[in-house]
Write a protein that binds this ligand. Structure first.
Ligand code: ADP
Ligand code: MG
Length: 309
């Protein structure tokens, strides 16, 4: 496991207000390899933003830890944490306005980001122009953010996040506020950045359709990772060969582009979905578990059809 860049170990996050406690993360475990392009998908309120903020060092955990290259980020000194947020992590927010200052042009936004982090002005300008070309915004360098379309703003935001050459990009609902076509372009851009620059990219979203074009999709529900889907090798190759390849044809043929797994946590727990339980006719909170032919069988009543996992 030497190429693990991030490891979330039993993360728990509890938000306390005067009257209530919300458990936003409930023992979440997740390993991310260097150079992965992955999506974390879950309904609103499932803990996605909390997880990103913790990984990015913007919030502290209640229990558990995040390891960045085997180092617990909660043990970073203040200076190390600033370095981590500046140079290791790039954030892309749904509201691109959080990445872009409205009173600066696109190129000025990039320059400011670079000079604030110690680049010379000339270098920041050069780097900024290079990045704008990469995200397809060379024509819009002197526009103000409000003069850009939603998709252009998001691409500018991605350019800003790349200014300090981060190893990891954390994108929180990056396609939440744009139309379908723009969404495709942004996905394509993430894929290119991942393939060409080797940046590890973690996208969180409630949008299931985003899952098609990433290598690994994990589902988060109630602050825990439940299911994981891995892009099949043959489709991964297709995606790399053909830019803009989409899975509509496969779906029409009823083929699945990903292999799906349930996660077994360190304590030996798996989560069974309501759909599965329903399909197996299990509606009791007591089940029998047996091992048959090297398979674990969970059943409700002896005589009933068994559900195998
Ligand atoms: P998602 O991004 O998946 O929509 P969040 O991580 O934002 O979910 O939130 C997970 C849960 O934690 C929700 O129930 C939310 O209301 C709660 N929560 C998030 N941030 C706070 C906060 N600062 N104070 C109190 N509760 C919060
Ligand atoms: Mg969120």
């Amino acid at each position: 496991m030497d190429d693990i860049i991030l490891e979330c170990d039993n993360l728990v996050k509890i938000y306390k207000t005067d009257e209530t406690e919300v458990m936003a993360l409930q023992g979440l475990e997740l390993s991310i390899k260097k150079g992965e392009l992955m999506a974390i998908i879950g309904k609103s309120g499932s803990g996605k933003s909390t997880l990103l903020n913790i990984i990015g060092g913007l919030e502290k955990t209640t229990a558990g830890k995040v390891l960045f290259k085997d180092r617990d980020i909660s043990t970073f000194t203040e200076k190390e944490m600033i370095e981590y947020r500046k140079h290791n992590i790039g954030f892309v927010w749904q509201k691109s306005i959080l990445n872009l200052l409205p009173y600066l042009t696109v190129i000025q936004n990039l320059e400011m980001n670079g000079t604030m982090n110690g680049m010379s002005r000339a270098r920041a300008c050069e780097k900024g122009l290079e990045l704008l070309e990469q995200v397809g915004l060379s024509e819009r360098t002197d526009s103000y953010p409000t003069q850009l379309s939603g998709g252009e703003q998001q691409r500018a935001a991605i350019a800003v996040s790349l200014m300090n050459e981060p190893e990891i990009i954390l994108a929180d609902e990056p396609t939440g506020a744009v139309d379908e076509r723009t969404k495709d372009r942004i996905q394509e851009l993430f894929r290119n950045l991942n393939r060409k620059l080797g940046i590890t990219i973690i996208i969180v979203t409630h949008d299931v359709s985003l899952a098609d074009k990433v290598d690994r999709v994990v589902m988060i529900s109630d602050g825990k990772i439940s299911t994981e889907r891995i892009l099949k090798e043959e489709y991964r190759l297709k995606l790399d060969e053909l830019e803009g390849y989409n899975f509509e044809d496969l779906k029409r043929q009823g083929k699945d582009s990903h292999d799906e797994y349930q996660l077994l946590d360190r304590a030996g727990r798996v989560k069974l979905s309501e759909d599965m339980l329903k399909a197996a006719g299990i509606n009791s909170n007591r089940v029998k578990i047996s091992v048959v032919d090297k398979k674990i069988v969970i059943s409700y009543e002896e005589d009933e059809e068994d559900e195998q996992i």
